[in-house]
Every structure is written in C-alpha cells, then in structure tokens.
Write a protein that binds this ligand. Structure first.
Ligand SMILES: *[C@@H]1O[C@H](CO)[C@@H](O)[C@H](O)[C@H]1NC(C)=O
Ligand SMILES: *[C@@H]1O[C@H](CO)[C@@H](O)[C@H](O)[C@H]1NC(C)=O
Ligand SMILES: *[C@@H]1O[C@H](CO)[C@@H](O)[C@H](O)[C@H]1NC(C)=O
Length: 460
C-alpha cells in the first residue's frame, strides 16, 4: 500500500479529528470510580495461575486498596504458588486467617507480599552473599515492615530470608510485576496474633517440601493458554509493530521477515475467518477481513511477531445498523475495525472475571488512544456506554491462544463519537440486503477515490 494513500488518509483523518474536537467541548464522562486498565498487574494476578493467592486477596477485600496503589505507583508482588497456600500451609493458620474477625491479619499478611515499587529480577542484589536490599511493603501496620531481598547459597533469589523465588518476573505488566515464590511470608505481627489466639508455639508448621509444579488450573480454568511463552513475548508495544494506519502515529518500518517468525500468523488469521464464516452471523466482518482492508494481513503479521489479539466481532445484525453517516468519513471503516481489536489475549472467562471483580475495566484498542470500557451487566460483559454499548453475545467463537474472537451484538464507537453521532439520531437504520455489506461498499468507494486497486478486487 502506498504511503501516499496513507498520507492522504492521515490528513483527512486528522482534519476529521480536529473538526470533532472543536465541535465538542472537552468532556470527561468519568466519575470517580477508578477504572482499572486491563493490562494492569492486578488484573493479571487475578487471572493468573496464582489462584489461591487471588482468592485470598479477594477475601481480604483488598482489591480497592490495590487498585488505588497501582493507580499511583508500580507494585511488585511476591506470589506464593498454590501448593504453598493449599497443602503446605498449616490448616489451623489458614482457618485463623479466614475468620471474619481476623480480616486485619489476613490483609497484613497479603500486603506484606507487595512492595510499592517495581523490583524486577534484574534489580536483585548481586550474587554476593553479603548484599541485601531492604524494601518497605504495603503492610504499613507492621512494626517490622521491611522485606529483605537476598541471594541464597547457590545464588538463587530469596525473599524475606527464606522463600526462594521460583518464577522470577513471572508476570510483567506496565504497572508492576509478579515473582513466584515457593512459600508464604508471614509478618511478625500476624504470627504473634495467631500465636496469641491459638497459643501455638509457632506456625513454622509450614511443611518444607519441594513444590512440584502441578497445573493448578485444572479444575478451575481450562484456558488453552495464557499467552503462551513459545518464543519470548515481543518487547515492543504492539503499536510499534503495526503498520501506520490512519489514526496511528507512523510506526517504525517493519523489518522484512524479522527474527521472530515462530508462528504462522497469517494462517491463524485465515483460520479464524473460516471459523467466523462457519459460525454464521458474522459474514460482514469476515467479508471485510478477507476482501477489504489490509487488516487481515496486518493482524497476521502481528500474530506472527508474537503479539496476541482479541477481536470483538460485531455480528451481522449490528453491522447492518451502521448508518451511512457513520461510514462516510474517510478511513472510517478501518477506524471502526481498529476500535474492535484489543492487543491482549482475552477469553470470555477472563473478561468476565475482570469485570465481575473490578466493576469497570478498560481495554486498550488498536485505535489509539481510545480505550473500550467493559462492565458486568446481566451476567455478561457489556462493552461501551449507553446507547452505543454491546453485549458479549457469542463467547469464544475462536480461541487459539493468540487470537481470540468474541461475538458482540453492537458496533462500538469511542465515547466522543457515540455522543455526537448517536444522540441526535436522525439517520435511519439501514438494513442491508445486498450480499456485500455496507461497510465494504463504502470502504470500496473510498479506496476507489484514492486509486488503490491492487488487492481489493472484490470492490469492482
Ligand atoms: C470522588 O473523589 C473525591 C476526591 O478524591 C472524593 O472526595 C469523593 O468522595 C469521590 N466520590 C466518589 C463518588 O467516589
Ligand atoms: C511503572 O514503571 C514503569 C517502568 O519503570 C514506568 O514507565 C511507569 O511510569 C510506572 N508507573 C507508575 C504509575 O509509576
Ligand atoms: C472475497 O471476494 C471474492 C471475490 O472477489 C469472493 O469470491 C469471496 O467470497 C469474498 N470473500 C468473502 C469472505 O466474502
């Protein structure tokens, strides 16, 4: 595709934005309620294999506290694995923690595992036995509130003097990270409370035993894969890997056949388009992906490079409701589609879990800088706000660990546009009868106008 075309589209698009911007007073519809980012370390924790820890965090009513924490600063979580919390933990102690009257102890215990800053494995003290780094934790009540990071005899990373780090940098997110550790850390105050209550000598009844890594999710979540670690995850944010689209800042030129071609992204994209077609009710979208834009190619390229994507796929009924107005702006079809692509791998279950726990979650989209907001509604996930919202309608149409396709019953628009374009709802609902969808049709005319003809034969 010619850069000229993109240049022209760009210009038009920015003009469009400018007009929009001047026509609308700046509005921030958000009330106070914190909206957590879907790529937050907190969301990742709740969706991780540290299911026992996640459960405790929820039971301890700490989500709000932690949401506030990640909105202000990075956090580092030392996460005991399930084994440590299930079998190696003294049952008496666990019972103690879960008694409603001991909520404070449970909170302190958990907050003791969290440092209010970012400490990656590279920030660990060197392998010299003497060196110790002391960090304050979020457990502010603890008189002895510091967590030493050290090295063990053979250089392994150790937290709190006794817990080996079994999975350093297990989860890395923009606002924090998680290190897996082999056992629970018990702050002194909690230990004392427990001892006082139970008059037990100590809780060192935590059985020291090598923790085999069992799949902790077997009964709970049988997701095909958390973004599978086949090949390192890409270091660059997905936007850097994207070809420059109308709304996107020019990205660095994609290297021809980079070193990271582990996956055949294109066939995965083809595969999911096939699935969409067979599924039924998503023909317009499939049409668009196959025949119109270079979206499919773009997606294939991203997946080949190791990125993951979630497609919020509007069904045919939703697509048919698009008005000419909504499609008439240059680049609009692409813009609409980019807004439905989330650069994360999400399944129905992971999204539902997030909204159920946090109320509102915002997902980045490939349409920068717009995010799409999701919340729980009627036992499902609702995207967008007000009239422009859409429900998760056909969950997990396609999920292969890298591409996830979720059917929705509406076409989503960023906030500013919904208020502008849907409020004075004069445009008639157009029901599309013809084989080729409206979106495709309009887009074809745009492409025609720009003289782009090579790959879009179906436009003629
Ligand atoms: C909104 O934030 C302000 C200041 O942080 C606070 O005083 C107020 O209670 C909050 N309101 C709601 C509805 O959370
Ligand atoms: C978290 O850490 C990253 C990387 O160091 C930094 O870019 C980001 O601004 C930090 N976030 C907050 C909320 O401090
Ligand atoms: C794309 O266009 C070709 C012909 O141009 C057509 O045969 C094919 O069915 C179209 N694909 C879809 C998914 O509609």
């Amino acid at each position: 595709m010619g850069s000229l075309n993109y240049g022209a589209l760009n210009l038009l698009f920015f003009t469009f934005i400018l007009i929009n911007a001047t026509a609308l007073p700046y509005q921030n519809p958000k009330s106070n309620s914190t909206q957590i980012n879907s790529n937050s370390v907190l969301v990742a924790l709740l969706d991780s294999h540290y299911t026992e820890l996640s459960e405790l965090v929820e039971k301890a009513l700490l989500l709000q506290t932690l949401e506030e924490a990640v909105s202000r600063h990075n956090i580092t979580i030392f996460a005991p694995n399930n084994e440590a919390l299930e079998r190696q933990m003294d049952p008496e102690f666990k019972r103690f923690l879960l008694e409603p009257g001991n909520l404070k102890s449970l909170q302190n215990l958990l907050l003791f595992h969290i440092i209010p800053s970012r400490v990656g494995s590279k920030e660990w003290p060197s392998e010299d036995f003497e060196s110790v780094a002391h960090h304050k934790t979020l457990c502010v009540d603890e008189a002895d509130n510091h967590l030493p990071l050290t090295r063990g005899n053979s250089g392994e990373k150790v937290v709190g003097g006794l817990a080996r780090v079994t999975r350093p940098d297990d989860v890395v997110r923009p606002d924090g990270l998680i290190h897996g550790i082999e056992r629970l850390l018990v702050p002194r105050s909690v230990q004392e409370d427990f001892n006082r209550r139970r008059s037990l000598t100590s809780i060192s009844a935590v059985l020291p035993e090598g923790a085999p890594v069992v799949d902790p999710r077997t009964h709970r979540l049988k997701k095909p894969a958390t973004p599978a670690p086949a090949g390192a995850p890409p270091a660059l944010p997905v936007y850097d890997a994207m070809a420059p689209g109308p709304s996107l800042a020019p990205a660095p030129a994609p290297g021809p056949g980079g070193p990271r071609h582990h996956f055949d992204g294109e066939s995965q994209v083809k595969d999911f388009i096939q699935t969409l077609l067979h599924y039924g009710g998503y023909n317009e979208l499939a049409d668009i992906l196959v025949n119109l834009t270079s979206l499919a190619t773009e997606m294939g390229k991203l997946v080949s490079e190791g990125y993951v994507l979630t497609v919020l796929a509007p069904n045919d009924e939703a697509m048919a409701k698009l008005t000419t107005d909504q499609l008439s702006d240059p680049g609009a079809p692409e813009q609409i589609m980019y807004y439905h692509l989330i650069p994360e791998y999400q399944t129905e279950e992971s999204m539902y879990n997030s909204v159920r726990r946090f109320g509102k979650v915002q997902y980045d989209t490939l349409r920068l800088p717009h995010k799409v907001v999701a919340e729980e509604a009627d036992g499902s996930v609702k995207f967008g706000q007000g009239e422009g919202s859409a429900y998760l309608f056909d969950p997990d149409i396609y999920t292969d660990g890298r591409i996830s396709v979720q059917g929705i019953d509406g076409v989503l628009f960023p906030m500013e546009e919904t208020t502008e374009k849907l409020a004075p709802t004069t445009a008639p609902k157009v029901v599309v009868k013809q084989r080729r969808g409206k979106l495709l049709e309009v887009a074809c005319s745009i492409i025609g106008a720009f003289g782009q003809d090579s790959q879009f034969t179906s436009c003629y």
